[in-house]
Design a protein. Structure first.
Ligand code: FAD
Length: 365
């Protein structure tokens, strides 16, 4: 059975590992658009922006050749029918195909010279720009914007975090819980412009010189980062908004699967297929697809998990607080059952919180 994995990131790598660990000894080809072997992204907005040079590789450099996985970097998939079309003109035949091409940052037009952060090369560019920066404006206070603000503050750079939503930190911390994170940013000197929109952009010599907000305030950054979210990198497939998948990762086409930020499993809270776009989901989905490709049974569902490091605090969220009600500090319930718990610098409490929520998910299934 010829297996092709498109995207050489986290989900594809974990899928390849699970295929070999489960006994698949046939050919595996991994196609990646970037020039790098699979690497880990979370440190890009954390350690890498704070002067560290962490080893980002998901496996030692010899892993792919030792495991007989043909890793082809710098090659982009451009179309899909019953074969996979690559940008070098090659057409690859497959018996099973995984699409794990991740996501791309949403860009905002009209902000010349603004950076985004998704890849290692983006992070190197941002890190180099921060060397000379005294003031960074970050448009979008999602997880990436928050972490870059935190890393900039740790470097002594004045960061302004702008978001149109009045309480953007609730998305990570749960309804009403965002004030904990807001306080961390404020204590670290991050200037928060929440519930504010950009109205005018002043530019000179191909870069932004000033941003005017709808409250009349003006920011004069020497660097702008746009962090207003991501879109699945699936424009080249029949499913440009993300690949709808079933719980095993099967796409609506024969022998095609998807995992990670490119995949859109059914989201019962939103009532539609939506990408989950978090690290642990990409790992689990990549492993699940390997099982499905080999005809092995699905694993039990577990609670979603996301973490973030900001201003020296590790935030860990187990479960999904969307649409849930707070029943205690950073604890949320839906339909009378605990739905999510957020921990701040309490790694010791993680195991018990996970067990509690996983049990409830199994009971509800
Ligand atoms: P990716 O890791 O993005 O891999 C996809 C790969 O496919 C990329 O290398 C891409 O270049 C390649 N590709 C794209 N299109 C094509 C094509 N057409 N042909 C071939 N290759 C293609 N999550 C957390 O839970 N906690 C965190 O603290 C956290 N921090 C993060 C910090 C940063 C800066 C970023 C960017 C993400 C962070 N995440 C975090 C999210 C997490 O890293 C992602 O959810 C995860 O990487 C998704 O894995 P993936 O395999 O789906 O996609």
């Amino acid at each position: 059975m010829r297996i092709v994995l498109v995207g050489a990131g986290l989900a594809a790598q974990r899928c390849a590992e699970a295929l070999r660990a489960s006994g698949h000894d046939g050919p595996i080809t991994m196609i990646g658009a970037e020039p790098h072997a699979p690497y880990d992204r979370p440190p890009l907005s954390k350690a890498l922006l704070q002067g560290e040079r962490p080893d980002l590789s998901l496996r030692p450099t010899t892993w792919h050749s030792e495991q007989g996985v043909a890793l082809r970097t710098g090659v982009t998939a451009v179309a899909l029918d019953d074969t996979l079309h690559l940008d070098d003109g090659e057409k690859l035949a497959y018996d099973r195909l995984l699409i794990a091409t991740g996501a791309r940052p949403v860009e905002l037009p009209g902000l010349p010279g603004a950076l985004t952060l998704r890849t290692l090369d983006d992070a190197i560019r941002l890190d180099a720009a921060l060397v000379h920066a005294e003031r960074i404006a970050i448009v979008g206070a999602g997880l990436i914007g928050q972490e870059v603000a935190s890393s900039a503050a740790a470097r002594g750079i004045h960061a302004t975090l702008i978001d149109a939503a009045p309480a953007p930190f609730d998305a990570l911390m749960g309804p009403g819980g965002g004030h904990h994170l807001q306080a961390l940013h404020e204590r670290a000197g991050v200037d928060l412009k929440l519930g504010r929109r950009l109205v005018t952009v002043h530019e000179s010599a191909g870069r932004v010189t000033a941003l005017q907000l709808d409250d009349g305030s003006q920011i004069e950054p020497d660097l702008v980062l746009v962090a207003v979210g991501v879109r699945p990198a699936t424009a080249w497939t029949p499913w440009p908004a993300g690949i709808p998948v079933d719980p095993a990762g099967r796409a609506p086409a024969p022998n095609v699967y998807a995992a990670g930020d490119a995949a859109a499993p059914y989201d019962p809270i939103a009532g539609r297929h939506l990408p989950s776009a978090h690290w642990e989901a990409a790992v689990r989905q990549g492993q699940n697809v390997a099982r499905a490709m080999l005809g092995l049974p699905e694993r039990d569902d577990v609670a979603p998990f996301v973490w973030s490091d900001q201003h020296g605090v590790r935030i860990q969220r187990i479960g999904d607080p969307r649409g849930a009600d707070p029943i205690g500090d950073l604890t949320y319930a839906r339909d009378g059952r605990v739905a999510a718990v957020v921990l701040m610098n309490q790694p010791g409490a993680l195991k018990a919180a996970r067990r509690r929520i996983d049990t409830l998910i199994k009971e509800a299934a």
